[in-house]
Ligand binder design. Structure first.
Ligand code: ADP
Ligand code: F6P
Length: 476
């Protein structure tokens, strides 16, 4: 088995296997912000490895190479998908960590599967990591991997990054098996969060539930048996995008032409307002549509002049809350179009699919306004992608205060999406904003996104992990 100095462990590989009708396998980019970010980090690493699931139940494909990276698929059975992925990860942890926007469900069989699958991922990572290697574990699906890995391979330097919010103590305390989850994470040398608030929530839970002390961001984890006490650092590292790659694509004349063609195909409306999200209840799509429907109803927006485009990537389609969301969103879009569209001209153009990166960049360039109305979001990379796609310095970002990106993108129009009146006012303000004002805001947003890219984020995390890994032995 080859040995790698840097191993990324995430629920998903950067590519998903799709079975074609003739039985052959087609590889497509996996959905979500984690892959967008980590894929561009790993492209610049020599002989890195990525351990993850290939996206379908059943036998895992053999390890293979893609983009100079070695990919090690981990097998999930249909039952693992139902209990570990759709169950504990996406029907227990996901809603609990996102402010219980949907009701979290808990079943002991789901927890058992979560533990077993985490063991499988830890074993797979331990098998491909070189002596003294760095292993970087990602996200809420794999919170037990750090401690399992430490038990199996005490020589490793282990980092963990949480891409989603870490909930306030009062919510986290509801999680059955909460102490096991905390102990799982504390197997890492460094635990990264999107926002300072997430790190503080985690530190509070560790203090309240395990009784461990911390000095600022450093937690002392007492030694057990012959194992020495350790220091674990928990702090914020706000993730970003490959701003320069997106920027370069945005300067491509073919993409700029594609953006003009797109506007033309949309009927040359005076304004185009765009939403792009995974179809997830945390993204506030229902609130956005409610505000849009009311604005049309009030006569504040003329559907012959202003068009909304909503692109929704299919996501977690077998989880109840996601099925329900899809039904509601599509019912609302249908109603709004029924009331306000004219023949050949919708009031909302809705797509339930993914677009490729070039088509996304063209869409961002065609957008006068982008609406990011998440009710809770770890970061939200769409907001940063929009800004990086606008070298013309035009366009307006309406951004929820509840997205991690709001901590950095202060020049956006910041909104509380729960307040539909406030959302409506923000949309109207965005639509009416003079170019000079757009430019001033966009310049400030672009400085933030271009100066803080995903390479800088990875460099900061791995740099800190290197020193965190050395400070292991502390007096008890
Ligand atoms: P999350 O990780 O919750 O999905 P983010 O906004 O952080 O949310 O990241 C979403 C990523 O997926 C971004 O890179 C965005 O460009 C991409 N994406 C979202 N919706 C689509 C879509 N319909 N087609 C293609 N890519 C999409
Ligand atoms: O952090 C966001 C995230 O949940 C990732 O962990 C995940 O890969 C992505 O969104 C997409 O979700 P899923 O893998 O469930 O399709």
């Amino acid at each position: 088995m080859p040995a790698h100095d840097l191993v990324v462990v995430a629920n998903r590989l950067p590519v998903d296997a799709h079975l074609r009708e003739d039985g052959s396998v087609e590889w497509e980019p996996s959905p979500g912000g984690l892959v967008t970010a980590m894929e561009s980090v790993m492209r610049n690493v020599d002989s890195g490895a990525w351990v993850g699931w290939a996206g379908s139940p059943g036998e895992a494909p053999d390890p293979f190479e893609a983009d100079g990276m070695q990919l090690y698929p981990v097998m999930l059975s249909a039952e693992d998908v139902a209990r570990y992925y759709e169950g504990f990860s996406n029907a227990t942890l996901w809603p609990l960590y996102h402010d219980v926007i949907a009701d979290p469900e808990f079943h002991r069989t789901w927890w058992d599967a979560y533990r077993e699958v985490n063991e499988r991922f830890a074993k797979a990572a331990a098998a491909v990591a070189a002596p003294g290697a760095t292993v970087w574990v990602h996200d809420y699906q794999l919170q037990l991997v750090p401690s399992l890995l430490r038990d199996a391979r005490p020589d490793l330097r282990i980092g963990f990054f949480d891409h989603i919010p870490f909930p306030p103590f009062e919510l986290f305390a509801q999680l059955p098996k909460r102490n096991q989850v905390l102990r799982g994470l504390l197997g890492a040398d460094l635990i990264g969060f999107q926002r300072e608030r997430d790190a503080l929530n985690f530190l509070t839970s560790v203090r309240q539930l395990l009784g461990y002390t911390h000095h600022q961001h450093e937690i002392t984890v007492p030694g057990i048996g012959s194992a020495p006490a350790r220091v674990v650092t928990a702090k914020a590292f706000p993730i970003s995008i490959d701003s320069h790659a997106v920027g370069e694509m945005a300067e491509d004349p073919e993409i700029q032409e594609a953006a003009r063609t797109l506007r033309h195909e949309l009927g040359d409306p005076r304004k185009v307002v765009v939403g792009v999200d995974r179809l997830d209840y945390t993204k506030g799509i229902r609130h956005r549509l409610k505000a849009w429907g009311e604005l049309l109803n009030d006569g504040a927006i003329d559907p012959d002049e202003v068009l909304m485009v909503q692109v929704a990537t299919p996501s977690r389609e077998r989880v109840d809350a996601y099925r329900q969301l899809r039904d509601e969103v599509e019912l609302t879009v249908g109603r709004i179009n029924g009331d306000f569209a004219s023949i050949g001209r919708p009031a909302i153009s809705y797509l339930h699919r993914s677009l490729d990166r070039r088509a996304m960049t063209a869409l961002y360039q065609a957008a006068d306004v982008v609406l990011v109305t998440a009710l809770r979001d770890g970061m939200n990379l769409v907001a940063k992608e929009y800004v990086a796609s606008r070298p013309d310095e035009l366009g307006v970002l309406v951004l929820s205060e509840f997205a991690g990106a709001a901590d950095e993108l202060r020049a956006a129009i910041l909104v509380n999406p729960h307040d539909i009146d406030e959302l409506k006012t923000a949309i109207l303000r965005a639509l009416a904003m003079p170019e000079e004002e757009q430019r001033a805001a966009m310049q400030s947003l672009r400085r933030q996104v271009l100066d803080n890219d995903v390479q800088g984020w990875a460099h900061a995390f791995l740099g800190e992990l290197e020193s965190a890994g050395r400070a292991q032995d502390v007096p008890t």
